[in-house]
Ligand binder design. Sequence first.
Ligand code: EPZ
Length: 416
Amino acid sequence: MKNSLVIEGGYPLNGRVRVSGAKNAGLVLLVASIMADGETILDNLPRIRDVEVMVKILNDLGVNARWNEDGSLSICPPQGAVKVKTSYELSKKLRASNLFLGALLGREKEAIVSLPGGCDIGSRPMDLHIKGIQALGSEVEIEHGFIYARTKAPAGARVYLDFPSVGATENIMMMAAKTPGQSVIENAAKEPEIVDLANFLNSMGARIRGAGTDLIKIEGVNELKAGRYAIIPDRIEAGTYMIAAAISKGDVLVENVIPTHLHPIVAKLQETGAIVEETDQGVRVRGSKQVRPVDIKTLPYPGFPTDMQSQMMALLSLAEGSSVIVENVFENRFQIVDELKRMGANIKVEGHTAVVNGVNTLYGARVKATDLRAGAALVLSALAARGETTIEDAIHIFRGYENIGAKLGQLGAKVE
Ligand code: EPZ
């Protein structure tokens, strides 16, 4: 596909859009499925670039992963051992490859996982992941950009996470699921994707309690039985289309959502003046003629999601007044500011805080997607901008949004 999106702004979005399966649930469930004996079938997986890369990594490890006619994905680990070293080439495309640490230790008692390169939103350390697997009995060396982990005497343990890291919680949960004894994760991440992983592992016979709270208890089991599982809808994709409706002053029904997952997004969007209603078909969003400024602080779930911060910044660039956005989760997630300023936005960044002084009009321009969510936010600003916007490096957007061009087109946007 061409690596840019061209959008003619000024068309209100109207109609219905169906949310796909959650990228950040699908990726970890693909990894967890290597721990099961037999064929796992995952339904509702989005066909996005990150999922395609993860499928390649599975096959590279000797796990047979392939799409079925009905759109589901089958994952068949081999009878014997799988390769325990993830490919550097593939891993550098996808940070979530670091989730093989816990799954390989759970299945093979050994893992050699490429240290994920830093990405545009921060250094992305793995100290909490390593603290967790060491507590469960692994010996860890870091050399030549790889984490070498081996467990001689795996045993359940209590792990306190200094920060409720999503990835660290997932890695420890997967390893503990097949580590003899009782493990406890304190100050665990509470994201819906964590709950989906626990439900998936429990459907295979794991014994995990407390997912969704900050205290997760895991009783290790010897084997996990493969089965069929449908992943949850993507709350961030849903939130992105909700803001698309608001910023274009349209009227959109966002279907296939789990309302509780959207509460922080619904609340803040309502504060801007948009009309947001939960119906039994989904969430209906109508844009208001004036956008009110609101202050945003990103926090771990159930706080306002960091993955929606750039999208809100795009909307607030057109507010009647100044908004203050504080990014508390990642240390460098304001990359989008320079691109929005090229479209006429008036934003001032001081460390973790951005002051967004709303303007009346944004103008189409050539801009670059620096990361997935910044790219999505540029789509939103382009929908409202006067004239044509060309978003380069749009591959970042296709990493996490299934059929975004078609979905926006169906709603009346002028996209190619
Ligand atoms: C997951 O990343 C998501 N990715 C991210 O979504 C999301 O932004 C993030 O969680 C927070 O919700 C996937 O699920 C594949 P973290 P993850 O570990 O697990 C620090 C998207 O756009 N930290 O919760 O990498 C870290 O530096 C992506 O879909 C440590 O200090 O996030 C960051 O500042 C972007 N030490 C903070 O915690 C560690 O050992 C949150 O990171 C681990 C993390």
